[in-house]
Design a protein around this ligand. Sequence first.
Ligand code: NDP
Ligand code: A1CAB
Length: 275
Amino acid sequence: MLYPIVTFIGAGNMASAIFKGLIKQGHPADRIRVSNRSQGKLDALKQEFPTLHVSTNNAEAVADADVVVLAVKPQMMEDMLKPLTTEVAGFDQKLFVSVAAGISIARLQSMLNGAKRIVRTMPNTPSLIGLGMTGLFAQIDTSDADKNLADSLMAAVGKTAWVSQEAEINQVIAAAGSSPAYFFMFMNAMQKSLEGMGMDSQTARKLVEQAAIGSSQLAAHQSDKTLTELTQQVTSKGGTTAQAVATFENGDLAGLVDQAMQACVARAEEMEKLL
Ligand SMILES: NC(=O)C1=CN([C@@H]2O[C@H](COP(=O)(O)OP(=O)(O)OC[C@H]3O[C@@H](n4cnc5c(N)ncnc54)[C@H](OP(=O)(O)O)[C@@H]3O)[C@@H](O)[C@H]2O)C=CC1
Ligand SMILES: O=C(O)[C@@H]1CCC=N1
């Protein structure tokens, strides 16, 4: 099988989670190019993957790309793309996969001089270990071949879900792109509580980590049960869990989570207007 040449512009947190994940899944490193503004990250990558093509020159990195993954911060996208539209022959004919929050396809199209082959995605950092969750959206006139190529890249590092309305990508951000941070915060709060009770941090981290892994795996294995049913399975009447659950309910955990998710979506919508 001949793997497509994939160029990542930006070698930050999200891009590196995806391309390292791809390499782990068998995509040959010599068919991946990574360009980044500063040299330091590239030097480290070259050490880790000697056959990876790295460059601080975006135009050079995209020249032979089949797919260009746009992975710079949203605020930097326009300045990053502008020179490429004139410097790189046939640039607007390539397939672009954007991972950026808050930049619509219409906006990308205008930044890309009218390019037509664009898939907007919202991945997350667990892609690094093959457990990513990516939402994808493409306009109606995007070819199946382009959709399949974008899907296969993201499916190599986790699960994928297509949304039929572009606005839903902002909900994917709340559910998957940003949500690893929520889970880490929850785990961290548990760890800190245990430490406050006197437990050493290593043991506290191990307990929290394994309980989180076990719970998420159990939910995935028993997807026929609702999350409320899974909660009830743990909660003995008059027992310990009931006290913790009541504390969360009294503090309106669900309301707070809803507020956080809404704030996330609202910020994505606001970014779409600003950028
Ligand atoms: N982090 C996450 O969990 C997720 C992020 N995203 C999206 O991914 C994108 C990147 O975010 P993230 O990885 O967190 O950000 P990072 O800041 O970690 O990475 C951005 C990278 O882009 C590089 N860069 C900036 N300007 C240029 C340029 N002109 N040419 C080449 N490289 C450039 C930066 O280089 P330098 O080393 O010089 O700073 C940096 O390494 C964003 O659009 C974000 O919305 C989407 C889903 C999840
Ligand atoms: O915080 C952000 O804007 C990006 C998008 C999703 C995760 N990180």
